[in-house]
Design a protein around this ligand. Sequence first.
Ligand code: ACO
Length: 427
Amino acid sequence: MNKDTLTMINNRTNEQYEFDILDATRGPSVVDISSFYKQTGMFTYDVGYTSTASCRSDITFIDGEKGELFYRGIPIEALATKHSFLETCYLLLNGHLPKRAELINFDLELRHRSFIDENLHRLIDAFPDSAHPMSILASGVSALSSFYYEHLNVADEQEYQDMARRIVAKIPTLAAFAHRKSLGIPFIYPDIDRSFTENFLYMLRAYPGGKMRRTVDGTGDIMPIEVEALDAIFTLHADHEQNASTTTVRNVASTGAHPYVAISAGISALWGRAHGGANESVIAQLEMIGDVNNVDKFIAKAKDPNDEFRLMGFGHRVYKNFDPRAKVLKQLQDQLKDELNLDSKLMEIAHKIEEIALNDEYFIKRNLYPNIDFYSGVILTALGIKRPMFTPIFVIGRSVGWVTQLMEFRNDKKSKIARPRQLYIGE
Ligand code: ACO
């Protein structure tokens, strides 16, 4: 049987080349150009990798045209509304949802691994109070490679799983410590009697000695609805195929560098405002707009080709239809509106922007829809979480995706060091 191929003709020389077409189980087929240089003596040019598949993967699938997202074949809507973040972590790391006993063991293991070495406390202490939590988090995760370096044999599956679980368990603790450091208040150690997500809120909010502030109803505890909302936010961020930070993780891992250092590089890549840092920028922008009456002026700025201003939380490289994660969060936001006393002024401005942009020719023509960051910031604000912690919360969710992608990279016999070429235009 003939293989499906793509034929290319060089119109300078009339030479003809053939490349294999590889079929995906879902989504567009891919042309295998690994022999392109060998066959043609030329490189391909694709700034920002807009047409390049850098690996094979069976973890996450996005249909950008339909606005669909699946982890291991399961739609994101089902995971975010019917399963916990820990179940999603297990699914990503192991390829299937956990049975009851598997989930209990996984949960217990993460609780026990959530503590960090006392020397890491001292490292965090040495940062200035003004340090952004993302800077502390990237450094803390990189530093884990000093604490666990000797014990990691990357060829051993069990050790790799241990490393993965350590990352997922310790990142919330590092993030909470980073937050408390920026406020100049004492660190709160993890409470192993609390669930993963509740424990994170506890480490952010508790008073020294582990006491919680008493609420009006006298319970002094964290509301279940807050835990559910944050848990869904973690799930929605857990993986997103070969985005900028995941590609960074794979690229760093491709050199043989230590996994913790690769994850730390992913954290740095995520920080940028064109990527995970957008959630912080959305709220900053809503506050800057300040009033619904100013929205038209800022929409005009966003549309002006001579103005660099962009509407934060709008647009996506892959989604050319509504971001499915944003859809889930929009529902969640509406659901929480009354119960969590959402900041109505910010919500009013956000609603107006959404309404105008969704009906405006400029945004429609360019397929610019609200993305996940447009809604997550408003929900996190309602949970009493400070703006600089928005991107660290993205990191907590995404860490499991990075580790899963890193493990897939390591297990793929075709993996190579990432080494693109260039179109040289110098002297
Ligand atoms: N506001 C106004 N115009 C926009 C916006 C926006 N948010 N996003 C894109 N455009 C316009 C561009 O100016 C460009 O217009 P043109 O064709 O007239 O030149 C067109 O839409 C295409 O934009 P690109 O930048 O080429 O699209 P790209 O796929 O490279 O960028 C990105 C995607 C980075 C997300 C972009 O839409 C953006 O900057 N959005 C705001 C930041 C943001 O919300 N980032 C979070 C993304 S989700 C995540 O990482 C979790």
